[in-house]
Design a binder for this molecule. Structure first.
Ligand code: ZN
Length: 169
């Protein structure tokens, strides 16, 4: 059972500014745990706090290398470098059933605060790099459809409107 419901596109929280986490409290640790559980419940590779209605800079990611669970919790993440931009298909739990190609760095370095209150540096490639960029964007009110060409974005918006009308959003 998922701990949280996922906020879908259209909700203002997905565009709001998030606050940095000041201190790793018991509540933050619990939130991270609940977010991981929610991410798995919805078969996502990542989940950012705004997607469950919480405007805090915290996200969880698991791209399941080797098909095994290996979640990472990123607090106050900042991407400090990126190289080799390529187009990759991606989706988002806040956009169920919608997949689009967007440009992302194939290799990145991200700095973040770990649950042990240590500053960590992670170098990521491929799917993991994409997931980190996607989730970090969420913490800055940015969504993957923002990268689409205007005409393509219009098509996506139209599709969502149609699904909203049908009660399927
Ligand atoms: Zn997303």
């Amino acid at each position: 059972m998922a701990k949280f419901q996922i906020v879908k596109y259209g909700d203002q929280i997905l565009r709001s500014k998030t606050k940095p986490v000041e201190k790793i409290t018991k509540e933050i640790k619990q939130l991270a745990e609940d977010m991981i559980e929610t991410m798995y419940a919805f078969y996502g590779a990542g989940l950012a706090a705004p997607q469950i209605g919480i405007p805090l800079k915290i996200c969880v990611i698991d791209v399941m290398p080797d098909g095994k669970r290996n979640p990472v919790v990123l607090i106050n993440p900042v991407i400090v470098s990126g190289e080799n931009k390529i187009n990759m298909e991606e989706g988002c739990l806040s956009f169920p059933g919608i997949y689009e190609n967007v440009p992302r760095f194939d290799k990145i370095t991200v700095q973040y605060l770990g649950l042990n209150e240590q500053i960590k540096t992670l170098e990521a490639k491929g799917f993991l790099a994409k997931a980190v960029q996607h989730e970090t964007d969420h913490l800055n009110g940015k969504l993957f459809i923002d990268y689409l060409q205007p005409w393509k974005r219009k098509l996506v918006e139209k599709e969502i409107k149609r699904r909203k009308k049908g009660g399927d959003w």
